[in-house]
Design a binder for this molecule. Structure first.
Ligand code: NAP
Length: 257
């Protein structure tokens, strides 16, 4: 049972088939919302639907293609007539050293993490209810200078700026725009995108846990809890913020732990 109620609300979660998107979709459904999840792999979305149960529908689409997101908006409009919450979460987070960054790699990162979030929101605006809530996904990587993450950090920092502009542009429609910056939360992508072995993920999680005041890495549902909060009226006076959900990892000097 959720602490906040989203009964009657319609939500979109990009990258909702796995990881933080799935955690977000789970919590949104539990709070009473009808949730659309988007991803590129039908099989992954099918599995997610099985886990999520009722009040969820999957649409195969690529956030980096504007026409796909316009199609998603048309489908939601035809079925529900409106949208209340966007959790723009789909992301690509493979690293590359500065000297190894290729144009192809840089374009791929920008296309998903930045262009994807830009046109997801733009495509949904015509069907978005006034008073709705937009939640963009950044990362603690945007502001910690992590080596080998030039492209990723750049896109995630850009998202924070984009959200602030939209906060003022959407003022007249009373649509709030906030950002979530997750910390270390092992998900499917650590293996499928980053290429880590399960042992490497375990080692990484242990190393991070030692640097996190909460004493452990995060869980996808904990991002989901923040999504529900920012999507609900419980956060009605919170607008334009970057909510860092990292167990305190970037809030303290690690040497003090
Ligand atoms: N996990 C962490 O530690 C962490 C920390 C900070 C920030 N983040 C951010 O949180 C978000 C989710 O990360 P995650 O760890 O949950 O990653 P994940 O496990 O790799 O999940 C990413 C999801 O996005 C979908 N996706 C990727 N590219 C897409 C595209 N072009 N169009 C539509 N869907 C797409 C993937 O499905 P398909 O491949 O089937 O499309 C997948 O379901 C990302 O934005 C990431 O940068 C994660």
């Amino acid at each position: 049972m959720s602490a906040y109620t989203l009964n009657g609300k319609v939500a979109l979660v990009t990258g909702g088939g796995t990881g933080l998107g799935l955690g977000g979709a789970k919590r949104l459904v539990e709070a009473g919302a009808f949730v659309y999840i988007v991803g590129r792999r039908q099989s992954v979305l099918d599995e997610a639907i099985k886990k999520l149960g009722a009040n969820v529908r999957a649409i195969v689409a690529d956030v980096s293609k504007k026409e796909d997101m316009v199609r998603v908006a048309a489908t939601i409009c035809a079925e529900k007539g409106k949208l209340d919450i966007i959790f723009s979460n789909a992301g690509y987070y493979k690293g590359a050293k500065l000297e190894d960054v290729t144009e192809e790699y840089f374009d791929a990162i920008v296309n998903v993490n930045l262009k994807g979030q830009m046109f997801t929101v733009q495509a949904m605006l015509p069907i978005m209810n006034d008073g709705g809530s937009i939640i963009l996904t950044s990362s603690m990587t945007a502001f910690i200078g992590l080596p080998e993450y030039t492209g990723y950090a750049a896109t995630k920092a850009a998202v924070i700026g984009m959200a602030k502009v939209w906060t003022t542009e959407l003022k007249s429609r009373k649509i709030r725009v906030n950002v979530i910056s997750p910390g270390a939360i092992p998900t499917e992508g650590y293996e499928t995108v980053q290429g880590m072995t399960p042992e490497q993920v375990k080692e990484f999680a242990e190393k991070c846990a030692a640097e996190i005041p909460v004493g452990r890495v995060g869980r996808a549902e904990e991002i989901g809890d923040s999504v529900v909060f920012l999507g609900s009226d419980a956060s009605s006076f919170i607008n334009g913020v970057n909510l860092v959900v990292d167990g305190g990892q970037t809030q303290v000097y690690a040497g003090n732990l």
